[in-house]
Design a protein. Sequence first.
Length: 85
Amino acid sequence: MCGCSADQSQDTRLAERDPAALTLRVEDMTCGHCAGTVKKAIETGLPGTSVEADPASKLVSVRGSTDLTSIESLITEAGYTPTAA
């Protein structure tokens, strides 16, 4: 988990869920740095995915994969705690 105290004002696009995407809640994703870390972990671990991570809503939206177990594992390995949204 990130120890920075970066500005948490982010785009809240994920507040409206994309029905075609797999969405998870990551409560300990608190800033843009955290969101970038989660995004990079998923996109690197599952090539071909597209990830939007919004620290304001605490939501991570993944398109291009429905492998929930792998996505949760990648988020956990990055140091964060995913839960069903």
